[in-house]
Design a protein around this ligand. Structure first.
Ligand code: MN
Length: 727
């Protein structure tokens, strides 16, 4: 019996255990020993089941070292078991690579190990997919935040960190280039995440392993210097330690005093950042004093300051004001009689545990204090006010969004863009560059075309397709989430409206001047100058704009520009000069030309333009009742005509009376679709229980197309009447 703890349970419906050679069983045995110290037999048997599942799923796969693959997830689980992580986390750790590296589906994990475990494995796999090293630009901070944001359960991050730690410990099996790449990523991304979670022993090991892989020579040199220095220091360290002990005893205080050394990478960084020599960094006597109560910390501090004089400006009270990752301690530096300063950290047991394990202290130390601390810590991380008191609440709180307000996405070149939640490809386009936003026509997310209003998700790679002739659509204002996009779209539309209005206004003025056989070019400049002066306008462009927006009527302006002719011609402006071309209507542009919603003209209809203050020109059908008000204001009437080139669709309203029968609406809808038209809106008016009037707004190309649609509708069974209506 190689794993007695498992085999001796006589579970009546235990699954048949595949036979393993001794080497394979051994892989589980070390883990099992650890698990027995804090988990129940039942939990361990589930973990063993996960081991067998993982073993079979990874069968035949090998690590770069040549070992069978299962050794890796088991080691990852062992690191986490050392932190006393719960059974679900250990189970997920053993299975952490099966979705990514084997044909196993998430569904199978749900069935075999429950939803929580399956979610965690899925979460780890998702993190693995976003590869930092693929990305051209190193935006480590955003990337770290993105990883956190993608994670709904803190335990996923812990598994990922343990995964990375084991990969770093076994990095030697990789090629040199790959080693450096993985080590750089570890240094940029994973070590800082461990730091953010307060897991300092994790962070330091990741940093030292990375440093060794990236700069093996520097690592060896510092390691050598440390070894040489240690011997010289021993005696003095002992003397100082004894001095402190004696002083504390005199004051009736007690604490555990340890001397400590900075980790290797820490020394290197300090040398580099502050341009110090190895000895300037390393030759500091550093002690830690761990005591029972917070109050004692301050009394120990007082005792030390009376033993050796403190160096001004070096005292820090991280007990009263903890660091953002929850770290608490008193720091002080004393001037020693040995020529080098003494750095001292003073803290309680709990603070010491937190300083070492951070978030993991929640699982590692089952004391109420650690639980409270980590809860508080998570609360701080989440930036929430509520306190998670007990374990259940804590586990709830580790499963929420860490950055609920933000979403992290990539450009095709790997740059990370941070946007508010709810942002769309249009917001993304404007965030990259205003011009890209203004000319955006389509978007791809992870290489798939998506509608522009699609909400972005963490880790998406967004590609924007632009067209230099495209303009922003007012419809975008309904779904965008960023102020920058909103401002830019509004600004652009305004500019566009002005440009179009100027062009239209100039055309209208030219046409009106044509009635006097004048053109804009042949106009005497002094006439124009005096008119602009009179109207208090700065330029002819402003005049064009005013006319194009319908604020001034072109015929009136033209008459003011030609007073001599106007005098002889009197009030009457018409009849119109037939040599002047009317304005062409291409589509229902919402900029300066509008198709009236009352009569909805479509190509083929006779039309009449009305200059309407502030809106530009509104196009009506000549028999529209809204036109009658303008009959005696001819200066508002503008000749317009359909542009023959246009093949756009135009909205028109129709009424269809039917006998009430199930499915009539569906039949109508399909006959409209068959005639190549779209339904944009339907209203129903139930008249007397037997018949209904249906009002459709449909899109058609022109009157011929409309006739075709109506003809088809009239042939539908139970249809009594079908015709175009106003409105
Ligand atoms: Mn792995």
């Amino acid at each position: 019996m190689l794993i007695p703890s498992l085999r001796k349970q006589n579970q009546p419906n235990a699954e048949p255990v595949p036979s393993f050679g001794p080497g394979r069983e051994l892989k589980f045995r070390d883990l099992d020993r650890l698990l027995e110290t804090y988990l129940s037999k039942r939990e361990i048997s589930t973990i063993y089941r996960a081991y067998i599942f993982g073993y079979q799923a990874h069968a035949g796969q090998r690590r770069a070292s040549g070992e069978s693959y299962i050794s890796h997830p088991v080691e990852v689980a062992r690191i986490l078991a050392g932190m006393h992580m719960d059974a679900e986390t250990i189970t997920a750790a053993i299975l952490h690579d099966v979705i990514e590296d084997t044909p196993t589906a998430k569904k199978q994990l749900v069935k075999g190990f429950g939803k929580n475990v399956a979610e965690m494995v899925d979460g780890v796999s998702k993190l693995s997919k976003v590869s930092f090293s693929d990305k051209a630009e190193m935006q480590a901070e955003s990337f770290r935040k993105m990883m956190m944001a993608m994670t709904k359960d803190i335990r996923v991050i812990l598994i990922k960190l343990a995964d990375r730690l084991h990969n770093m410990r076994t990095l030697g099996a990789m090629r040199g280039e790959k080693q450096r790449r993985i080590a750089t990523e570890t240094l940029d991304i994973y070590a800082p995440i461990a730091g953010r979670l307060g897991m300092h022993s994790f962070k330091h090991e990741l940093e030292d392993l990375s440093f060794k892989a990236i700069y093996p020579k520097r690592y060896a040199a510092i390691e050598d210097s440390i070894r040489k220095s240690r011997g010289n220091r021993k005696g003095i360290l002992k003397k100082i330690e004894n001095g402190i002990h004696k002083r504390l005893r005199q004051d009736g205080l007690s604490g555990k005093i340890t001397s400590r050394e900075k980790h290797l990478y820490g020394i290197y960084r300090k040398m580099k950042d502050k341009s110090l020599s190895f000895h300037e960094v390393f030759d500091v006597y550093a002690f830690r004093i761990v005591v029972g109560k917070v109050d004692t910390c301050y009394r120990v501090l007082g005792a030390l300051h009376s033993l050796y004089p403190p160096i001004p400006g070096r005292f820090k009270d991280y007990i009263a004001i903890p660091k953002s990752n929850g770290y608490q301690s008193l720091h002080t530096t004393l001037a020693s009689p040995y020529g080098v300063p003494i750095e001292v950290q003073i803290r309680t047991d709990e603070m010491d545990q937190m300083a070492d394990a951070g978030i993991a202290a929640h699982w590692l130390y089952k004391t109420g204090k650690a639980q409270q601390q980590t809860s508080k810590w998570i609360t701080g991380l989440l930036d929430l006010q509520k306190k998670a008191g007990n374990t259940k609440e804590f586990l709830e709180s580790v499963k929420v969004d860490l950055f609920p307000a933000e979403v992290y996405v990539f450009t095709p070149h790997g740059k990370i863009i941070v946007l508010p939640r709810g942002s769309t490809p249009v917001d993304f386009a404007y965030a990259v560059h205003t011009d890209i936003g203004n000319t955006c026509v389509a978007a791809k997310i992870n290489r798939q075309f998506v509608p522009l209003q699609t909400q972005l998700r963490n880790g998406n790679t967004i590609e924007i397709i632009t067209d230099k002739h495209a303009v922003p659509s007012p419809a975008w204002l309904n779904f965008i989430a960023t102020a920058k996009a909103r401002y830019s779209i509004r600004h652009h539309l305004k500019q566009l409206q002005r440009r179009k209005a100027r062009k239209l206004g100039k055309g209208l003025l030219d046409k009106a001047l044509g009635e006097y056989n004048l053109t804009w070019k042949t106009l005497p400049p002094e006439r124009l100058a005096s008119l602009l002066d009179e109207l208090q306008l700065n330029s002819e462009e402003e005049l064009f704009e005013d006319v194009g927006l319908g604020n001034r009527m072109a015929p009136l302006v033209a008459r003011q520009l030609t007073p001599l002719i106007a005098d002889t011609d009197g009030e009457n402006i018409g009849p119109r000069n037939r040599g002047v071309r009317p304005i062409g209507i291409k589509s229902n542009e919402s900029i300066v030309l509008h198709l009236a919603k009352c009569c909805r003209p479509i190509p083929g209809d006779r039309i009449q333009g009305i200059a309407t203050a502030g809106r530009g020109i509104v196009i009506h059908r000549p028999d529209c009742h809204n036109i009658s008000a303008f009959r005696n204001k001819p200066e508002h009437l503008i000749d317009v005509q359909w542009d023959p080139e246009s093949d756009n669709l135009f909205q028109v309203k129709i009424r269809v009376d039917t006998i009430n029968r199930r499915g009539v609406l569906a039949t109508l809808a399909s006959s409209i679709a068959e005639s190549d038209s779209n339904i944009d809106h339907v209203d129903m008016d139930d008249r007397d229980g037997n018949t209904s009037s249906l009002y459709f707004i449909i899109s058609v190309r022109d009157t011929r197309h409309l006739d075709d649609v109506l003809h088809r509708i009239r042939n539908v069974e139970f249809v009594l009447y079908a015709s175009r209506v106003d409105g």
